[in-house]
Design a protein around this ligand. Structure first.
Ligand SMILES: [Cu+2]
Length: 403
């Protein structure tokens, strides 16, 4: 391991000395919420109160988007599946998708543990998040029945976070489909706070498909990915920053109909962690820090530095394809492999418009790109966010090319 490789212990020591932000919270303007909801939320004295009120309001308020989508004259699969999922018309939950936040939030830093039962952090095991692209399922239809859950996740040997998740992990499961396949998706919310699902690989009415659902409710929708590429998915419930920042994101990889050249394929999801000090063995997510945009940790696949300790291994002669999705919530990923060059990369829709001979390319928050290299030389090649302030916080790993 090179001497310059970051040590997790060093990172943790640095993080432990991180001081809370001193200034007051910036105002968070959120569009689209009814005036009555905004007034009620503005009166929230702290984050838990805000969440509790938002949760209550989401049940009490009519969903403008959902109702609009189910108005007379609106036909089609989407409205029908939405009705089927909720029993009658979609219940009114605040659907914030594509809107900003709707409240001024002050004081308390923490929020996610408000919906997580107390856990014994010592019993939460660490596991390396497998970066291998899962194989395509047979047939042209992929059915996903997922749960939104509050869950503890060990993101490093020493850090357990109190997360909001899809299926209990950060990131959520990697989805792999083929361009034009049918994805039949259902989200059931097991958490006390409303959640939702927004697939960037879908073209669909977000007011209906991406609407929030309360505890015990489900939302179902169907889509056909139109383009190949690396796409983000995430919870879109307000405040979106809070829900993405608390762990509700992942990658859906869409392969083209005609297979790409054979390669060892890996998925890297970059994200940021903004954490409060440990309490009861877990660290809660800190919304004030999310607004401040200076993360405590950065990670590929939810665990800072995990591929330093347990690298990605290939052989000389292998072609490697990285599907890089940046789930943010805020910062770009300046993707680079030290000692290598990408002979091919795709901004989108592989195999169309390849770009040759790339050293580094920015994957924006909410974006995904494809990077390919030919492993002709043995060695340990760090793959990094070349914004090194972020690599140093954990967005780094080793690609080990063995003889
Ligand atoms: Cu959520």
């Amino acid at each position: 391991m090179p001497d310059s490789a970051p040590r997790l212990s060093t990172l943790l020591a640095t993080a432990a000395n991180t001081q809370p932000l001193n200034s007051g919270d910036p105002a968070v303007i959120v569009l689209g919420a009814p005036e009555s909801a905004r007034v009620a939320l503005l009166g929230s004295s702290n984050r838990r109160t805000f969440i509790a009120r938002a949760s209550t309001l989401s049940l009490a308020l009519p969903a403008m988007g959902a109702l609009g989508a189910c108005s007379p004259g609106r036909k089609g699969e989407l409205a029908d599946t939405a009705k089927a999922a909720s029993g009658t018309a979609p219940l009114g939950t605040l659907n914030s998708n594509s809107k900003l936040d709707s409240a001024v939030v002050t004081d308390e830093h923490t929020m996610a543990a408000a919906t997580l039962d107390s856990v014994n952090a010592s019993q939460v095991a660490f596991h390396r998040y497998d970066p291998a692209l899962p194989p395509l399922a047979a047939g042209g239809t992929v059915r996903l029945n997922w749960r939104a859950q509050a869950a503890p996740v060990r993101i490093s040997p020493d850090v357990v976070v109190a997360a909001w998740t899809f299926e209990g992990d950060i990131p959520g499961p990697i989805v792999h489909v083929r361009e034009g396949d049918t994805v039949e998706f259902t989200l059931t919310n097991e958490d006390a706070v409303p959640h939702s699902m927004d697939f960037h690989a879908a073209q669909i009415d977000p007011k209906v498909a991406f609407r929030s659902v309360a505890k015990g409710q489900s939302v179902s929708f169907t889509f056909k990915p139109r383009f190949a590429g690396a796409f983000m998915y995430h919870c879109g419930t307000a405040p979106v920053l809070m829900h993405i920042g608390s762990g509700m994101y992942g990658a859906i990889i869409v392969s083209p109909r005609a297979p790409l050249p054979a390669a060892k394929e890996f998925v890297l999801v970059q994200s940021e962690f903004y954490l409060a000090p440990a309490a009861g063995g877990t660290r809660q997510f800190d919304y004030k820090k999310m607004l401040g945009t200076q993360p405590d940790y950065m990670a590929f696949n939810g665990r800072p530095n995990q591929y330093i300790a347990q690298p990605i291994r290939v052989k000389v002669g292998d072609r490697v394809r990285f599907w890089v999705v940046n789930c943010g919530p805020t910062h770009p990923c300046h993707f680079h492999v030290v000692g290598e060059q990408f002979d091919t990369m795709y901004l989108g829709a592989p195999p169309g418009t390849p770009i040759r001979g790339v050293q580094t390319w920015d994957v924006p928050a909410g974006g995904g790109m494809v990077f390919e290299l030919q492993c002709d030389v043995p060695g340990e090649f760090p793959f990094v966010n070349h914004g090194f302030g972020h690599a140093q916080k954990g967005a780094i790993g080793f690609l080990v090319v063995e003889e």
